[in-house]
Design a protein around this ligand. Structure first.
Ligand code: DX5
Ligand code: ZN
Length: 217
């Protein structure tokens, strides 16, 4: 059974509040918040002020994905009553263990993300500390890219390690998720699917959320 986290990176920002409410009412489990700084990734998206403008709306909880350098400096900015997870990139954290503890000190689930070229093994000594592992199935920076199939092996590996060691992190997959590949990604061990363009690019975004949920729920 999989959960769905629509990425508002692909939303129409001129009506962000309405769209975030619409996908939430249709059954989205989280609102995926993609923060990009133009340094860690070659694109700039939006910051905490935009996310916080959704606090006044009736939306699902936030699943924050920080694609930024020096994430430690900004973690507190993204903590609100609706923040469920804050995820940082392993590649952006010199002191990853400290960063994970810092996220948890705010009472928020700590996530770590791996770029497509980064092996699972780099997480060996934080596996029992993290609440979520985000497998990037595209190179982060843009919506609408094609799913990189080597992510499947990474998902299976993380699911295997979790079972073998009785660990409880959730596995999330981000990038190139479509109605065609959603089921196989969940079957490989993914708990939360992020979907940007395949939700917000649809003619009827509520109907698209329901179709996804029927497939994976
Ligand atoms: C990529 C972002 C993703 C992106 C996914 O850098 O982290 O969350 O919005 O978009 P799609 O689903 O269109 O690949
Ligand atoms: Zn993301």
């Amino acid at each position: 059974m999989g959960k769905l986290a629509p990425s508002i990176l692909s939303a129409d920002f001129s009506v962000l509040g309405q769209q975030a409410e619409a996908v939430s009412a249709a059954g989205a489990d989280y609102i995926h918040v993609d923060v990009m700084d133009g340094h860690f990734v070659p694109n700039i998206s939006f910051g905490a002020a935009v996310m916080k403008s959704l606090d006044r709306r009736e939306t699902a909880d936030y699943d924050v994905h920080l694609m930024i350098e020096s994430p430690d400096l900004y973690i507190p900015d993204f903590v609100t009553e609706k923040t469920r997870f804050i995820t940082v990139h392993q590649e952006a954290c010199v002191h990853l263990h400290r960063t994970v503890q810092s996220i948890k000190s705010h009472g928020v689930g700590a996530g770590v993300s791996l770029n497509p070229a980064t092996p699972v093994s780099v997480l060996e000594y934080v596996l029992s500390d993290v609440d979520l592992i985000l497998v990037m199935s595209v190179n982060p920076g843009f919506g609408g890219q094609k799913f990189i199939s080597s992510a499947m092996e990474k998902i299976r590996q993380l699911d295997h390690i979790r079972r073998e060691n009785g660990l409880s992190y959730v596995i999330e997959v981000d990038g190139g998720i479509t109605l065609e590949n959603a089921e196989s990604v969940v079957n490989a061990g993914c708990d939360i699917l992020v979907a940007g363009s395949s939700v917000f690019g649809a003619d009827d975004i509520e109907d698209r959320v329901k179709t996804f949920k029927n497939l994976i729920g």
